[in-house]
Design a binder for this molecule. Structure first.
Ligand code: N7H
Length: 471
């Protein structure tokens, strides 16, 4: 019963993309912006159109990783609380304290690095553009850079950007791109990403075996599973909250840490020991194979097998970390049996990840000097019906919480990938990296993922864009 033509396309089906530009804007003249907005509406793709495009392009609904250059171009849009305020639209029933306060006000709680002003106000160590109010973001995705460029030009024409009659201003735009063909699907640390996302009841037909499907309302506002469903006003239905984070990755430094801590176990070469240590930080091998199913040796065929690579629960391992450390990124972010088998539901913590990489490949010079010289990382995006239950909770309650999961024999430590301690190099010890000595601790000596900006947005339904935003 989901109205796929009313939900913005990136949320449930994910844009088919090799590139994606995030265009952050400030509304200058509310009434005129809302008038100009009408011109943008036909360019905004809904879920149905994205599915259709995928079928047309590739003959099946999942995009082929090496598929032909895709003529798809999609625009989606979200507004921050400050944007709704500027437009004079009452968003109080979006009842999400994190959204209503904005991400800048949440940065200290999220564990970002920052300083205190004389008045005691926390100022995050973010890029300047994110230290001002951002009213909204348009994400423009395609397989073809020229198409993106043309679409951005069109958008700027609609809103007369850069002229005396401009109704909006570009705050900043950031261009993301997937990695070159031989690293397709991998993020900058070299791990296959985008494997595990929630499957949604009423949307995903025949999902591969894995974690229990979630009710649509966990991702889409106004449906069963939305914790604030009772309070929503009708125009909010079929929208979703988007959390955006600008996350830099320090790849040579991460690689050096992994190499320096390589496991020295009988029968393992230095390289195998390093690969195993890296996999134990992530919870999966670079190939995507999960440690719970391939604990000591990589299994690249498993990493490729969509029907097997997400079908595990840490069930045999509940309360133990022989196969996979408690703090490993994928275990922290979806602890499966660690919670479910203790009667703690996990559905409300699920988020739909839609990020993309940015920045160049690591250069030979950077590798040689073991030092990052060019900015690169992840434009992290996730959708959910509650930021408080979703992104905010998994970052603060799990990733940044050394004692999570609770009541286990060893102190787990922070999530080594994204756990934050306000930029302090000392993020404390992590246990379980050595499969033979679960209580052996490794000090997480620095942050390899550094947050430099972000905001919380609400991506309204297509009807709401037509009837509430546009005039
Ligand atoms: Fe993570 N990485 O590539 O290293 N993530 N993540 N993430 N992450 C996952 O299962 C990564 C970040 C989640 O369902 C994989 O698709 C990097 C944030 C969740 O089993 C890999 C960064 C948050 C899952 C990475 C980053 C999350 C997940 C395994 C930052 C939320 C799914 C592949 C630069 C606050 C867990 C996969 C599940 C998986 C990486 C950030 C959440 C390889 C580099 C900020 C929910």
């Amino acid at each position: 019963d989901l109205n796929l033509k009313n939900i913005q396309g990136d949320i449930l089906s994910g844009f088919p993309k090799k590139r994606e530009t995030f265009y952050f804007f400030e509304v200058l003249d509310a009434t005129k912006f809302r008038e100009d907005f009408r011109k943008l509406i036909p360019d905004i793709k809904n879920v149905y159109q994205v599915l259709e495009a995928r079928e047309e392009i590739c003959g099946h609904k999942k995009m082929h990783p090496d598929g032909p250059l895709c003529p798809f171009i999609g625009v989606n849009i979200g507004f921050s609380h400050f944007g709704f305020q500027k437009l004079g639209i009452d968003d109080s029933k979006l009842t999400d304290p994190a959204f209503l306060a904005g991400q800048r006000a949440d940065a200290e709680n999220l564990g970002d690095k920052g300083t205190k002003s004389k008045e005691g106000k926390f100022i995050p160590d973010w890029e300047e553009e994110f230290k001002q109010d951002i009213h909204g973001v348009m994400n423009i995705a395609s397989n073809c850079p020229n198409r993106i460029h043309e679409q951005v030009q069109l958008i700027e024409e609609y809103f007369k950007v850069g002229t005396a009659q401009a109704t909006m201003r570009k705050v900043t735009s950031i261009c993301g791109n997937t990695r070159p063909k031989e690293h397709n699907g991998e993020e900058h640390f070299g791990f296959l990403d985008g494997i595990s996302n929630p499957t949604v009841i009423g949307f995903d037909v025949d999902p591969p075996p894995g974690p229990a499907p979630v009710r649509a309302g966990v991702i889409i506002v106004g449906h069963d599973g939305d914790p604030n469903k009772a309070e929503r006003v009708p125009w909010m239905t079929d929208g979703s909250f988007m959390a955006f984070r600008l996350l830099y990755q320090r790849v040579p430094e991460f690689d050096e840490f992994v190499w320096a801590n390589r496991l020295k176990l009988p029968g393992l070469s230095d390289q195998q020991g390093a690969d195993l240590f890296g996999a134990r930080l992530m919870g999966r091998w670079k190939s995507g194979a999960p440690l719970d199913l391939a604990p000591f040796f990589d299994d690249p065929a498993l990493g490729k097998n969509e029907n097997m690579r997400n079908n595990y629960r840490f069930a045999a391992e509940k309360d133990f970390q022989k196969f996979c450390p408690f703090a490993a990124h994928a275990r922290k972010m979806l602890p499966r049996a660690d919670l479910e088998d203790h009667g703690i539901p996990i559905e409300r913590r699920r988020i739909m990840r839609r990020g993309i990489q940015f920045g160049e490949e690591v250069t030979d010079q950077e590798r040689k000097n073991k030092k990052t010289e060019h900015g690169r990382g992840l434009l992290f995006v996730c959708y959910q019906s509650s930021i408080v239950n979703g992104f905010q909770f998994v970052q603060t309650g799990w990733a940044n919480e050394a004692k999570f999961p609770k009541d286990v024999p060893q102190l787990p430590g922070l999530d080594p990938i994204i756990g934050q301690n306000h930029g302090k190099d000392d993020r404390g010890p992590m246990s379980g990296t050595n499969p033979d000595k679960p209580s052996e601790m490794v000090e997480l000596t620095e942050e390899w993922v550094v947050s430099r900006g972000g905001e919380y947005f609400f991506s309204p339904s297509i009807n709401a864009l037509k009837e509430i935003i546009a005039l």
